[in-house]
Design a protein around this ligand. Structure first.
Ligand code: ZN
Length: 267
């Protein structure tokens, strides 16, 4: 299988699925998301693969959803069309990562923003390098109620999630480690090695026992309301796409929205 926007490498027991649009800061276009989902399904079905790593080629994990493409192709979607697009590509694809029966690790450098914040945080574990930063500035940039999948309070705690979303600021990897959002913080040059070491250790466990313990951990989150909360937020997020402030932002253009956020978030 050849891909245009991602690349897949088998390394020992792991399948590495890379965002591979480094010249576009690995922006998640429709094709990239479709390919990543396809590659995930293939890795799940491949008996040789014990661990799945999601990563990014170049300087960044990913800057998030491809907004240039969104402005060209999806500026005038109806409520129904937008709901269907976001449900499939943002929500269902994300939950497929969450529900993946094999262990998943995100290997994060540089920007991990908005849509990419979803992808990385759907993984079971995160290894990040010291240049990595996390952000979800869309309350400031796009007049949207966060991204489509509100995983934030589950991975950083409720208190931190409020500040993170309401300020739209960047969270450095060091702070993410302190909050327990990532598992390992390493130097940039050591990111792939550290990710591989973790993957190899995980791959040493019995696969069926691994699958079952993952199930129990995910069910623990579900019993606490994880899936219901995410379902509820997805619908609330859709409401923000039909608000007056969203319409005004869109009339001014996404680029203006993004530069607005640069000043209001203090960058
Ligand atoms: Zn949306």
């Amino acid at each position: 299988m050849t891909y245009e926007c991602i690349s897949v490498e088998k390394r020992g027991p792991s399948a590495w699925i890379f965002h591979n649009r480094p010249n576009a800061r690995n922006a998640e276009s429709q094709l990239l998301l479709d390919e990543m989902d396809q590659a995930l399904i293939e890795a799940i079905g491949d008996e040789e693969v014990r661990v799945i790593v999601l990563a990014g080629k170049g300087d960044h994990f990913s800057a998030g959803h491809d907004l240039k493409e969104a402005q060209i192709n999806r500026a005038n979607l109806t409520v129904e069309q937008r709901y269907a697009y976001e449900e499939q590509r943002y929500y269902d694809y994300a939950l497929r990562i969450w529900d993946c029966p094999k262990p998943t690790i995100a290997s994060v450098q540089g920007a991990c923003v908005a849509g990419a914040f979803i992808v990385a945080n759907m993984c079971d574990m995160i290894v990040a390098s010291d240049d990595a930063f996390f952000a979800d500035p869309v309350c400031h940039s796009l007049a949207s109620a966060a991204v489509e999948v509100l995983v934030h309070p589950w991975v950083m705690g409720l208190r931190a999630a409020h500040e993170f979303l309401l300020t739209g600021r960047r969270m450095p990897a060091e702070e993410a480690l302190r909050l327990g959002m990532i598992n390992r913080l390493v130097r940039r040059a050591e990111l792939e090695t550290a990710t591989s070491e973790l993957a190899d250790k995980v791959a040493g466990a019995y696969p069926f026992a691994t699958k079952l313990v993952k199930r129990s951990l995910k069910r623990t989150a579900d019993i606490q309301g994880f899936r219901n909360a995410l379902d509820a937020h997805f619908d609330t997020h859709q409401l923000s796409h039909v608000s007056d402030e969203y319409r005004k932002m869109r009339e001014g253009g996404l680029a203006a929205g993004i530069s607005r956020a640069k000043s209001t978030t203090g960058r």
